[in-house]
Design a protein around this ligand. Structure first.
Ligand code: URA
Length: 247
């Protein structure tokens, strides 16, 4: 038995608070009857409708994928390119990626069918650390890396401070490998940050997401998150949210 607002939120229709509003405003039916009280609990076999549309009631699942390069972070592609859900064809639940990695970026990507969880992790106030390793063209100047560390102006605003570590430099080839830790998730953020200091990104990989790593996985491999990992991620995101609200 689960609370109705939780079931609605997990289906990705609304946040839990908005789900409560949907219930109290009479937009939710359980087995054909309008329910306006918030205490109601439902079983997996109860039929729940929001605005006359039946919601999907799959049990929540959570996966970590080592996304290879050359794959779209989506559930379908109109050009027929490979998508991240192609690695889960045997799974009956309909999962989708939490955020995205570019077509050419490899690395750690989470997928779920839990809309509430996905929204929580994708919320801009969520400061979960993401660690990227970039191979860049040219050898970066210390002063330019400092700019990235402090935050750099991009067309959609200044980035939050980043942590930077130069892992190696190839003087002959004029390339460098740089580790960058950020907690924002803007579109093509890492590529745009390096472009802002004059470097093209030749290769990009996300190595870590919070405490999760790619340990033991090869490109194209996936594993289910443990219930404890899911709890930890949820707690980390909620914690950050609380801290943001205090600020
Ligand atoms: N930053 C990028 O530029 N690309 C990604 O795929 C992820 C972060």
């Amino acid at each position: 038995m689960e609370r109705l607002q939780k079931v609605i939120a997990r289906a990705g229709i609304a946040s839990r608070r908005k789900a409560e509003e949907l219930i109290t405003s009479g937009k939710v039916k359980v087995n054909g009857e309008i329910v306006t009280e918030l205490g109601v609990k439902v079983t997996p076999s109860d039929r729940v409708e929001v605005d006359e549309i039946q919601i999907e009631r799959e049990s929540p699942v959570y996966y970590l994928l080592y996304k290879p390069r050359g794959v779209i972070s989506s559930v379908s592609d109109d050009k027929g390119r490979k998508v991240v859900t192609d690695f889960f064809t045997a799974l009956k639940e309909r999962i989708y990626p939490i955020g995205r990695l570019d077509y050419d970026t490899s690395g750690l990507l989470l997928l779920t069918n839990d809309g509430e969880f996905a929204n929580l992790l994708m919320h801009p106030s969520n400061e979960i650390e993401k660690v990227y390793v970039a191979k860049i063209k040219g050898i970066p100047l210390k002063e330019n890396l400092k700019k990235l560390e402090k935050g750099i102006r991009l067309e959609d605003g200044k980035t939050a401070p980043a942590k930077i570590k130069v892992l190696s430099v190839e003087r002959k080839k004029q390339t460098a490998i740089v580790e960058l830790t950020i907690h924002e998730g803007r579109n093509r953020q890492v590529r745009r940050m390096f472009a802002a200091i004059g470097h093209d990104v030749l290769k990009l990989k996300r190595e870590r997401y919070g405490f999760l790593t790619l340990a033991g996985l090869r490109p194209g491999d996936a594993r289910e998150l443990t219930p404890h990992e899911v709890k930890q991620l949820r707690a980390a995101a909620l914690d950050k949210k609380k801290n943001q609200q205090k600020k």
